[in-house]
Ligand binder design. Structure first.
Ligand code: AMP
Ligand code: ZN
Length: 136
């Protein structure tokens, strides 16, 4: 656990939360500022600031746990869709520096916008990006 990390305290049960799922590695809680009804956060119990620091053994379990929580929300709240969102760094909208995965149920006309504006780069721009990532 990291000192003064609120999500460490919540994940490990020191601060009460509205828990919808818990196991040895994770706690899933209702977000206090939900985008939609049932907006849930999956918190690892071990502290990692972000995705870069997440231990692989926790990462390996994350999608199966997310799948279980997603199925629970779909069944119990009959949402029409669902977004997974995971922010890393202030520029990406991360406000709490303890890794968390958002599970956001979606409903017809729920008024939320969680999609992006597509851009139209030229082929050369895409090639330059590919070189930057893959080039030696
Ligand atoms: P992010 O912007 O990805 O860092 O998301 C942080 C999320 O945590 C936001 O959706 C907040 O509403 C939520 N949040 C912050 N503090 C708490 C808390 N004590 N309990 C539940 N959710 C929280
Ligand atoms: Zn933490």
């Amino acid at each position: 656990m990291a000192d003064n990390c609120i999500f460490c305290k919540i994940a490990n049960g020191e601060i009460p939360s509205r828990t919808v799922y818990e196991d040895d590695d994770f706690r899933a809680i209702l977000d206090l500022g939900p985008a939609t009804k049932g907006h849930t956060l999956i918190l690892p119990k071990v502290h990692a600031d972000n995705l870069y620091e997440l231990p692989d053994k926790i990462g390996e379990r994350l999608i199966p746990v997310a799948k279980g929580v997603a199925g629970l929300l779909k069944q119990k709240l009959t949402c029409a869709g669902l977004n997974l969102v995971q922010n890393n760094g202030e520029a990406a909208g991360q406000t709490v520096n303890h890794f968390h995965l958002h599970i956001i149920p979606r409903y017809e006309n729920d008024g939320q916008k969680i999609l992006w504006n597509p851009t139209k780069p030229a082929d050369e721009e895409l090639d330059a990006v590919l070189s930057a990532i893959m080039g030696k």
